[in-house]
Design a protein around this ligand. Structure first.
Ligand code: ATP
Length: 231
């Protein structure tokens, strides 16, 4: 479904992502891990089209999208839930969700299905997004992406700043998406949670992928070694 070949992403002269190659099949789940500054968000933003790719190639469902604008990527079924949620705080939950449909791939997601997936949002549907709890905001941000009918959903630090109980709720929802076949790339700082969620663990260090393994074939020690560059 997704094929990245030797991707380089730069901020000026600085190579934040270096020759990253990654292949992902439909229905797979990847936990993208790595220390602060390893290049995870930069890679995800480049895949979503929010940052330009300096060199290399990116294919989605066999189409070359290396230089495609992000709206075209959304129409093809690629959607990013950015770190920090980026909701319109003066708009209601429902309005934020509907914005996710402005550019979309044809499919089955609509308001009703989002509210079924995140039942806590129903009673708050007309509340301003700025008045929501962190968990409700995160659910709204994920729901907004789902409204575009993604085939590949990219989740950047969905549990950041949430209480453990709320993190459990958010994960219960994204596990449902995983179990119904949505292809997911997830950035998560909590290693144990990342490993138990995803089929594959991909670890970045200083802009490069230093480990790419099925989670059943690896253990916490090996991942920690890769994380800190101790191999
Ligand atoms: P975090 O978990 O802290 O978000 P990350 O793995 O997602 O880390 P990135 O945010 O992708 O890492 O950052 C990769 C590198 O690029 C870091 O060295 C960072 O300082 C640098 N960087 C990120 N954004 C910019 C920017 N807008 N301009 C210049 N350098 C940047």
């Amino acid at each position: 479904m997704l094929l990245a070949k030797a991707l380089d992403v730069r901020y000026g002269q600085f190579r934040a992502v270096r020759e990253v190659s990654l292949e992902m099949k439909q229905g797979e789940t990847i936990a993208l891990i790595g220390a602060n500054g390893a290049g995870k968000s930069t890679l995800l933003r480049a895949i979503a089209g929010a940052l330009p790719i300096h060199s290399g190639a990116l294919l989605f469902k066999q189409d070359d999208i290396t230089h495609a604008p992000s709206c075209d990527r959304v129409k093809q079924g690629l959607s990013l839930v950015p770190e920090g949620r980026r909701l319109f705080t003066d708009m209601t939950i429902e309005e934020n969700l509907l914005l996710g449909q402005t550019i979309h791939r044809p499919g089955e997601w609509d308001l009703e299905r989002v509210f079924e997936t995140f039942p806590n949002l129903v009673k708050r549907r007309y509340a301003k997004a700025g008045s929501l709890s962190g968990g409700e905001q995160q659910a709204t941000a994920i729901g907004r992406s789902l409204m575009s009918n993604p085939e590949l959903l990219i989740l950047d630090e969905v549990s950041l700043g949430l209480s453990p109980l709320v993190v459990d709720q958010v994960y219960a929802s994204i596990e449902k998406l995983r179990d119904t076949g949505t292809t997911i790339i997830l950035v998560e700082q909590a290693l144990d949670r990342a490993i138990s969620f995803a089929k594959r663990a991909v670890c970045m260090l200083e802009g490069r992928i230093v480990l790419d393994k099925l989670t059943v074939d690896t253990d916490r020690h090996e991942i920690t070694q890769a994380y800190f560059g101790l191999q």
